[in-house]
Design a protein around this ligand. Structure first.
Ligand SMILES: *Cc1c(COP(=O)(O)O)cnc(C)c1O
Length: 369
């Protein structure tokens, strides 16, 4: 049988994409904010229900340049239970990450622990929506206002998620999405920043386009992080099918929960109230005492059966070699524990139900020996 990978990129029909890119052989306009870029930008603004949005080469540059556009200095409170990108974006801006532990139920930043980490050097909070679970945006907003901190959300996992009917990208000073091939919505590689402040928007635009303001005016020292027209065209096509894709993911999620939901020693993120999820991942926490096996044993058995689950997020970013033991992971014990016991199982819109059943069978197989 074929390998089951942890994810599989969504693609439009071949003809649909070809049809979308055809006119580029007449215009020869391949990048630099062309018509596809403009159209995707408008469509995403409407789909994500946000005031303003800019498109970039990838989610990492969305984060890194958003932080830079805010001209921050000092410490940034964030979470170690995330992808390398979040922490690297902070460090690459010359800022000091201060790691806050995570909530044991939804694995997002623990809002009850943020305030004790605030010092006179704190300038911002970079929370991460995890697996499609959202952070406590209301408490974070309150803390940010009280202490005059900027909030930059890593919303890479939260495309299309809404809270009380509002697009999740409308919270904080900026929300950064990733449109990487492995995400719920992809533009092959790509990313976006949602924001309200037009001054921030101008700064971000300068940073993504060499600081070029006009044909003869360069008023900033910018980088290059523009989304090209082929990527934008992929986005235009994929966006047509996004509701269908999320609905299919919901069905996969439901099937997994039917098979695994009541098994002793397995823990799942409960559904969050007032949240419309995107079912981006299917995480399961394996508690050895109750389940009879640890995460590593399950991971390896699945791999032996050509089912590639992912230890995600593991290791924690505050334990990376590149930081030379600079951060103390014992200060984020819940993140440490979840990171050592969580597996994300294969999850994508076209994952057949028989495959979900097979994954669950192999997952549970070790307990009966
Ligand atoms: C994917 C991801 C990123 C980075 O996005 P890219 O588009 O791959 O650069 C950042 N943060 C999180 C949590 C992610 O999952």
């Amino acid at each position: 049988m074929d390998k089951i990978l942890v994810t599989r990129s969504s693609m439009p029909a071949y003809e649909e994409y070809i049809d979308e890119i055809k006119d580029m052989w007449e215009t020869h306009w391949l990048t630099n904010m062309g018509v596809k870029h403009k159209r995707l930008q408008e469509e995403l603004k409407s789909y994500l229900a946000v005031e303003d949005i800019d498109l970039l080469t990838n989610g990492h540059m969305a984060l890194e340049l958003s932080l830079q556009a805010m001209e921050l200095q000092g410490e940034v409170i964030t979470t170690p239970f995330t992808f390398a990108s979040t922490t690297h974006a902070i460090v690459r801006n010359g800022l000091d990450p201060v790691f806050c532990d995570i909530d044991p139920v939804d694995f997002t930043i623990d809002v009850d622990k943020i305030e004790s980490l605030i010092t006179d050097r704190t300038c911002a909070i970079v929370p991460v929506h995890v697996y499609g679970n959202i952070c406590d945006v209301e408490q974070i907003d309150r803390i940010a206002k009280q202490y005059h901190l900027k909030v930059i959300y890593d919303a890479a996992h939260a495309f299309g998620v809404t809270y009380k009917g509002s697009g999740i990208g409308s919270f904080g000073d900026a929300s950064c999405f990733s449109f990487h091939a492995t995400k719920v919505f992809n533009t092959i590689e790509g990313g976006a920043v949602c924001f309200r402040d037009p001054k921030f928007g101008r700064a971000l635009y300068g940073l993504k386009n060499f600081g070029i303001r006009g044909p003869e005016i360069v008023d900033g020292v910018g980088a290059n992080a523009k989304m090209n027209e082929f990527c934008a065209a992929m986005g235009i096509c994929n966006l047509r099918h996004i509701n269908e894709e999320i609905e299919k993911r919901r069905k996969v999620y439901t099937r997994y929960m039917e098979r695994l939901g009541n098994v002793d020693g397995l823990r799942f993120n409960p559904t969050q109230s007032d949240v419309q999820s995107n079912y981006a991942y299917f995480p399961v926490v394996i508690e050895e005492a109750g389940f009879g096996e640890n995460r590593e044993a399950v991971f390896e058995r699945l791999a032996r059966h050509d089912i590639l689950a992912r230890k995600y997020f593991y290791p924690l970013t505050n334990s990376f070699e590149c930081f030379h033991g600079k951060y103390d992971t014992s200060l984020t014990p819940i993140a440490e524990k979840v990171s050592r016991s969580v597996l994300t199982l294969p999850m994508y819109a076209d994952l057949p139900m028989e495959q979900v059943d097979r994954i669950c069978e192999v997952f549970l197989d070790g307990r009966h020996r």
